[in-house]
Design a protein around this ligand. Structure first.
Ligand SMILES: [Zn+2]
Length: 230
């Protein structure tokens, strides 16, 4: 069950008092997608992950302050307004991409990657395959940037590597997935991460760009697959 409550926050950009809908709890029963998208009811709460100020157009979670950004100026700049008006993407994706632009200005690579993934899922939900693919390519770029800064997205380099495999597979970089997975599998012991990497390798060999879940990876690992390794 998803529980939502109304709250009143102060916009960090313009100081206006804004009513927002807060997500108190939700159910994520089931299996997560391989790109970390949550299962169950939680996957339908994307629109509750971003707020917009009706007075100044600021988009963020809870309209909170963002360090390193002159928000009142940034939300009026042409780049920000162009992102919000970009009709290639659904409105929800634009909201996340506008927040991502602000994160980029402030040097918040981790939040920028989070916003990119949310925008990807907003496009997936509208069956906008080409747009989602473009954004997955951009997510790969943000992951690289995050790692270059010595940070991780998930808190674990191994889990970030699994996310990279999924983003690369879903954007059709199959040879890259096989190569990365081989390196990764050699490095890991027996376990959950290794099985997911092998599953991604198998999917890449089949030129599969579809959504798959962690549960599918586990089922695959427990079943015979004699043709693996080609
Ligand atoms: Zn505002």
């Amino acid at each position: 069950m998803t529980m939502i409550a109304e709250d009143n926050v102060t916009c960090a950009s313009c100081g206006a008092s804004v009513d927002v809908m807060m997500l108190l709890s939700t159910s994520s029963f089931g299996s997560m997608d391989l790109d970390t998208r949550p299962p169950g009811l939680a996957r339908f709460t994307l629109s509750r992950q971003i707020d917009d100020c009706p007075h100044c157009g600021y988009r963020s979670r809870g309209l909170e302050a963002l360090t390193g950004v002159d928000l009142p100026a940034a939300v009026r700049c042409p780049e920000y307004l162009t992102i919000l008006a970009d009709e290639r993407f659904p409105q929800l994706a634009r909201d996340f991409l506008a927040f991502r632009h602000l994160c980029q200005l402030g040097g918040h690579a981790r939040d920028a990657l989070w916003a990119t993934l949310c925008a990807v899922w907003a496009c997936d939900d509208e069956d906008l395959g080409a747009e989602a693919r473009t954004l997955r390519e951009e997510a790969l770029g943000w992951l690289d940037r995050l790692h270059a800064e010595g940070q991780t997205f998930s808190g674990s380099h191994d889990h970030d590597a699994l996310l990279t495999l999924d983003l690369a597979r879903r954007t059709g970089h199959f040879d890259d997935v096989v190569e990365r997975a081989d390196t990764f599998v050699d490095r890991l012991g027996d376990g959950f991460e290794r099985e997911i990497a092998r599953f991604q390798r198998s999917l890449a060999q089949q030129r599969d760009t579809q959504t798959h879940t962690v549960e599918e990876a586990i089922e695959w690992a427990e079943s015979p697959h004699p043709d693996e390794g080609a």
